[in-house]
Structure formats: structure tokens, C-alpha cells
Design a protein around this ligand. Structure first.
Ligand SMILES: Nc1nc2c(c(=O)[nH]1)N[C@H]1C(S)=C(S)[C@@H](COP(=O)(O)O)O[C@H]1N2
Ligand SMILES: [Mo]
Length: 320
């Protein structure tokens, strides 16, 4: 059942810049000189160990690091992990950090089916293969006008999708989050239509920037950020980056997506970051980077112009 809530994304200044953000002004500027082959992030003797201070997660080995956020400072781990949207664990920004600990992330496998020649499933531990993992430092922009720069560990989405050999009927890809009311008591409130679902056009999903994340800051992904596997689509609003994925389905028709089902006039299927197309209830022209006092200008496609060719024949006001 769909319950229309009047303000699914209320904008309160207190939420956009939480007190913790003001308190914690530590900033990390990643030294990209460290991004050498097979760098194990968080090693005690490396200068990058600062990044891992107080991170209680196992470290991941990555093959290479690509900084794709224009040299901007990386947002503090504390902010990235304590200011979240994960409605299955509550609608408050601090709720996921408090409640997502009850999510059991092993055993975990992802079903891949639909319009493909080799449907099947993949075990998360087979996916977390050190040879295949890389780190991507991406900007991330929520439709609620906050943003961050985060170092994700994972693999290109296209690499996983191709293993299942999508057919020519596969025009879209649908993604589903786990739905388990035992582990996710907040789902009983019916704020959204569970399971949380998202979708991409197949060419968007195959774009080299589209990424599946299993780690953050060189460590295993914390539950509140979508463990054990989440999408990271840096040119789209944050809600496209679905967390704790259990199913990926190739489809011929455009799949339903959670926020679009809730309020289609507010959240379109494409949801590309676009300063010129406002959300009906607030402007998208500016954003507040977590940890910063002043707002900055929002960039078209969140500053990833290489995706523009995906939309060259489309009116981005109609297809928002
Ligand atoms: N399953 C699920 N995925 C989700 C959400 C959610 O509520 N449930 N929220 C989305 C929204 S609105 C945003 S902005 C991002 C936030 O990701 P972060 O908490 O890692 O920054 O997760 C997205 N993925
Ligand atoms: Mo969001």
C-alpha cells in the first residue's frame, strides 16, 4: 500500500548541517601519491592511516584508486557514516547509524535474472575479490541539497552485469533492497513501498562511472551506508544509489522506482543532478557539502559531464 506522506523530504536547516558537522571540522585531503597499485589502505605505517582512525571495519585491498571529484576534500568518515538516508532503519539522519547494526550481512547473495542468457546469483564473498576491487573518489549529492565526497571501494556495475549476458531485450535494469521486517522494524510504518527499488536504463547502468560499492574509506562498507552491496551513481541524486541489494533484474520495460511511486511529480525516473531543474518544493541550484558552512553551486550531472551523451536527445525538464 502506498501512503502519501506530505513531506517525504522536509528541509530543516538543522538537518542539513547537523551539529556534529560543525563540531567535527577535521578534513582529509587525500594524497593521491599514495594511490599506487595494491595499496592496502589503513596500514599503520602509511600516511593514509589517518583516514582509517577509529574505523572499526576490516580493511579491503584495492588495485587502484581514481580520484573523480575534481581534487575536492574528502568528507570526514564520521559525517559520511552518521548522516544517512536508509528509511528501512528510520527516517532521521542519525537513525541508520543507530539501527542498521541489526542487519545481518552474511550469508548474502544477489539474484540476477530477467532478460539475460545466464541468470543466476552471486555470493557477496565471491564479489569481494581483491583483484577486481578499485577505489573511486566520487561526489555524491542528495536531492535534499546536501553532498559529500566519499572514497568508495567496489567494481564497475557493467563488469557484474556482463557476466549474466543481458539479451537485446534488456532495456533497463531494476534493483531491489532486502525487505525483512524482522531486521527492519521501521518498515512497519509503511513510509515507503517496500522493498525499496530503483532502476536505470541499460546504457546508464553500463556507463563506466556506474559503480557497485562494497567498501568506504578502504574498509568494509558500514551497514548504514548500504552493506554489503550498494549502487553508487555519482551523477544522479542519492536516492538512485540503492542500498543492501538482493536482486538485480534485466527488464524490457521501465521498472517502477520507490520515490517515483511515492511522488512522481517530485522524483522522476532519471533524477540526474541538475541545478536548472528545481524540485517542486525547493531549489536544486545550490548544495551544502557536509562539514562546510557555506553552500556551493550544484553542477550539471553533479560535475560529471562525460555522461551528457546519454541524454543528448532528451529534454531534461521533461525527463527529470
Ligand atoms: N534501500 C535504501 N536505499 C537507499 C535509501 C533508502 O532509504 N533505502 N536512501 C537513498 C537516499 S535518499 C540517499 S541520499 C542515499 C544516501 O546514501 P548514504 O547514506 O550512503 O550517503 O541512499 C539511497 N539509498
Ligand atoms: Mo537522498
Amino acid at each position: 500500500m502506498l501512503i502519501k506522506v506530505s513531506h517525504p523530504h522536509p528541509i530543516k536547516p538543522s538537518e542539513i548541517t547537523p551539529e556534529s558537522t560543525f563540531r567535527d571540522r577535521r578534513r582529509f585531503l587525500l594524497n593521491m601519491g599514495l594511490a599506487t597499485a595494491s595499496a592496502t589502505l589503513g596500514g599503520c605505517d602509511s600516511p593514509s592511516s589517518d583516514r582509517a582512525t577509529n574505523i572499526g571495519q576490516a580493511s579491503l585491498t584495492v588495485n587502484k584508486t581514481s580520484a573523480m571529484a575534481g581534487g575536492e576534500n574528502v568528507t570526514a568518515y564520521e559525517d559520511i557514516t552518521h548522516y544517512n538516508n536508509f528509511y528501512e532503519f528510520g527516517t532521521g539522519k542519525q537513525d541508520p547509524a543507530r539501527n542498521a547494526g541489526r542487519l545481518r550481512i552474511r550469508p548474502w547473495s544477489v539474484v540476477v535474472d530477467g532478460e539475460c542468457e545466464a541468470p543466476g546469483h552471486i555470493d557477496i564473498d565471491d564479489l569481494i575479490n581483491p583483484q577486481a576491487l578499485e577505489e573511486r573518489i566520487y561526489r555524491h549529492r542528495c536531492v535534499e541539497v546536501w553532498s559529500m565526497v566519499a572514497p568508495w571501494t567496489g567494481l564497475p556495475l557493467a563488469e557484474l552485469l556482463k557476466r549474466f549476458r543481458p539479451t537485446s531485450n534488456a532495456k533497463f535494469v531494476a534493483f531491489y533492497t532486502l525487505f525483512d521486517s524482522q531486521q527492519m522494524p521501521d518498515t512497519a510504518r509503511g513510509v515507503l513501498n517496500w522493498p525499496y527499488r530503483e532502476g536505470l536504463r541499460i546504457d546508464e547502468a553500463m556507463h563506466p562511472l556506474a559503480f557497485l560499492s562494497v567498501g568506504l574509506y578502504g574498509r568494509v562498507l558500514p551497514n548504514q551506508n548500504g552493506a554489503p552491496l550498494r549502487l553508487t551513481i555519482p551523477w544522479k541524486y542519492g536516492f538512485k544509489s540503492i542500498k543492501s541489494i538482493v536482486r538485480i533484474q534485466f527488464t524490457e520495460r521501465r521498472p517502477a522506482t520507490t520515490w517515483n511511486q511515492l511522488a512522481s511529480e517530485e522524483y522522476g525516473f532519471y533524477s540526474n543532478v541538475n541545478p536548472a531543474v528545481d524540485h517542486p518544493r525547493w531549489s536544486q541550484a545550490r548544495e551544502r557539502r557536509l562539514g562546510e558552512l557555506f553552500k556551493r553551486k550544484t553542477l550539471l550531472f553533479n560535475g560529471y559531464p562525460e555522461v551528457a551523451s546519454l541524454y543528448s536527445s532528451m529534454d531534461l525538464r521533461t525527463f527529470f
